[in-house]
Design a protein around this ligand. Structure first.
Ligand code: THU
Length: 157
């Protein structure tokens, strides 16, 4: 039997945003990309999220001369958030790359796996908002949509 997985996503432009809370989170994330430590790739990534309390938490990528030691902005932010706010839920997460690209940059495979783990743990979807420097924005309602058919802890029970 032939089966298919489909993904829903939205695409719009920064200029059309009317939700001021979303704009605030995006603006904070864009600014935070300046805090990236990326002397090797020069690829400055900012990640920002909102907790259910309304608080904004930010992170950036941090590289290392031993390249594999580097960590992406998303996982840096998630590690910080999960350990500092263990009882709060992440409602949305923004990713921004400070580079002139035509399309927004999606999280890498390791970050997708981490995002799905956090979603399952908090039993609440995380809306993902990927923002390009030219203003193009792509949004997914849940990070699970980025990693269909994922491996998770249920297989280990
Ligand atoms: N990077 C991120 O921080 N997030 C992504 O979604 C993609 C890649 C970082 C890792 C590394 O510091 C640099 O970007 C180039 O791969």
């Amino acid at each position: 039997m032939q089966k298919k997985i489909t993904i829903d996503y939205q695409e719009y432009n920064y200029d059309s945003i009317t939700d001021l809370d979303l704009k605030e989170l995006i603006d904070a994330t864009i600014q935070f990309a300046d805090n990236a430590y990326a002397p090797y790739s020069k690829f400055h990534v900012g990640a920002g999220l909102r907790l259910n309390t309304g608080k904004i938490v930010k992170g950036a990528n941090m590289e290392n001369a031993s390249y594999p030691v580097s960590i992406c902005a998303e996982r840096n932010l998630l590690s910080h958030t999960v350990s500092n706010y263990p009882n709060q839920k992440i409602t949305m997460l923004v990713v921004y790359v400070d580079k002139d690209l035509k399309v927004p940059v999606p999280p890498c495979g390791l970050c997708r796996q981490t995002l799905v783990e956090v979603e399952i743990r908090q039993n609440h979807p995380i809306q993902l908002i990927m923002v390009a420097k030219n203003g193009t924005i792509i949004t997914l309602k849940s990070c699970k949509d980025l990693l269909p058919w994922s491996f998770d802890g249920s297989f280990l029970d």
